[in-house]
Design a protein around this ligand. Structure first.
Ligand code: NDP
Ligand SMILES: O=C(O)C1=N[C@H](C(=O)O)C[C@H](O)C1
Length: 268
């Protein structure tokens, strides 16, 4: 049976890409598109908005209005909006795929609670390539161990509002877990001034913002005499959108619980 999908943030960079990806994927259809109240896009045709021609789905401003019209919501917006949308989905027992990054601790705790009421998939990155990198990083960290200094670099477009990227932070978590460290204690978010020599167990993060960079991530494992780098470079948001649509089709059959793209790709 066709899985009915809704997209919040329909006019955003990822929203438009998701509408296009849904139109191209088998077994799914777009049945609702939502933008923020007051947006000039309310009432527009979602297909036209995404540049793929009319699809007959009008953009609305209130998720409640269309909550019975879809099976799974795909949400790539901002943290406050995602938390509110997750609450509405949990109350209505609708599944949700979350791509938004930059949540604070309270927002994360709230989302963790919502998993008891519905099935949620939450990933900082829905591309298959990045999810492969998470596995490679785990292996590399276990094999290279404490003899190598580990640092995470990321670059994104000038419009990105959170830093480090959700993907970089997830990479940090994967590395810390594989190395038996607590990321909260060992993370260093940028360096400036008289920092002193690098402390052995730290995991550093470096952030670059500018232009139209879709998303670059590199983890460096550095020792005396050699360096290993594991890199991913996204050149189109379609890689994220296809993954999120795949996750939405996958999560339709789940009842409750919190999942991520590693579950969808059977990488656990
Ligand atoms: N997990 C993954 O694979 C990926 C995650 N992301 C994440 O997805 C999120 C969105 O990225 P991107 O599409 O580039 O961002 P955009 O700014 O292009 O899109 C965000 C959308 O959310 C809407 N929005 C903003 N504030 C609110 C609000 N308060 N209530 C309802 N809607 C709101 C915006 O509307 P308006 O324009 O009117 O403000 C816009 O349509 C980011 O957190 C980003 O990090 C991005 C790519 C991949
Ligand atoms: O904001 C973006 O653009 C992206 N955000 C995600 C993140 O924060 O990791 C994923 C991707 O790199 C693009």
């Amino acid at each position: 049976m066709t899985v009915r999908l809704a997209v919040t943030g329909a006019g955003g960079r990822m929203g438009k890409m998701l509408i296009e990806a849904i139109a191209a994927a088998p077994g799914v259809e777009l049945t609702a598109a939502i933008e923020r109240a007051g947006s000039s896009l309310i009432g527009a045709d979602a297909g036209e908005l995404a540049g793929i021609g009319k699809n007959g789905v009008a953009v609305v401003s209130d998720l409640h209005e269309v909550v019975e019209d879809f099976d799974v919501l795909i949400d790539f917006t901002v943290p406050a909006a995602t938390v509110e949308n997750a609450r509405i989905c949990a109350d209505a027992h609708k599944k949700i795929v979350i791509g938004t990054t930059g949540f604070n601790e309270d927002q994360k705790a709230y989302l963790l609670e919502a998993k008891d009421a519905t099935a949620m998939c939450m990933s900082a990155n829905y591309s298959s390539g990045v999810n492969l990198c998470f596995k490679l990083l785990e292996s590399a960290a276990k094999i290279l161990g404490d003899d190598y200094d580990v640092e995470v670099y990321e670059a994104h477009h000038r419009h990105k509002i959170d830093a480090p990227s959700g993907t970089a932070l997830r990479m940090g978590e994967v590395l810390a877990c594989a190395l038996g460290r607590d990321l909260g204690k060992v993370a260093v978010y940028g360096r400036e001034g008289q920092t002193g020599a690098r402390e052995r167990d730290t995991i550093g993060f470096a952030t670059v913002r500018g232009g139209d960079v879709v998303g670059d991530h590199t983890v460096m494992f550095m020792a005396d005499g050699e360096r290993v780098e594991i890199s991913h470079k996204a050149s189109s948001r379609m890689s994220f959108a296809r993954g999120a649509v795949r996750a939405a089709a996958w999560i339709k059959s789940k009842e409750v619980g919190l999942f991520d793209m590693q579950d969808v790709l059977s990488l656990r």
